[in-house]
Design a protein. Structure first.
Length: 133
């Protein structure tokens, strides 16, 4: 565990994220808030890997997500500018969702978080177990 914080992160931590000396206005908070929901990063990742998808296909691909929760997540992602909703004038109506440029740009960080999880999940679970009653 001799890694420094910078070595562990694999990047220069001296980059100014806009917060100056105050964390309250740090621009990095936007990224964390945008992906704070359980399903948002999963949806972004799947759309990035599979391309535009209809809601039913997303439910099937993700597994374990209800239509209501998916709809809430899709609206939140659209609100945040990470996905775009394309409605087609057909009978029955058809809607596809795809990533915007901002959504595509999150694929690298999401993959990095996945790699982090693969490396540290056991350590996190072990730490949590120490606090279990």
């Amino acid at each position: 565990m001799g890694d420094t914080v910078e070595e562990a992160a694999g990047q220069d931590l001296g980059e100014d994220l806009g917060g100056g000396g105050y964390a309250a206005d740090c621009q990095a908070r936007v990224a964390f808030e945008v992906l704070a929901n359980r399903w948002d990063s999963v949806i972004v990742y799947i759309l990035g890997e599979s391309g535009p998808m209809r809601p039913r296909a997303l439910i099937t691909r993700i597994g374990g997500i209800s239509p209501k929760v998916l709809n809430e997540a899709l609206r939140r992602l659209e609100y945040n500018g990470l996905i775009v909703r394309q409605a087609y004038a057909e009978a029955p109506p058809r809607v596809d969702y795809s990533l915007t440029e901002a959504g595509l740009a999150l694929l690298g960080p999401i993959r990095a978080m996945g790699a982090w999880a693969g490396r540290y999940t056991e350590a996190v679970l072990a730490a949590q177990a120490r606090f279990a009653p």
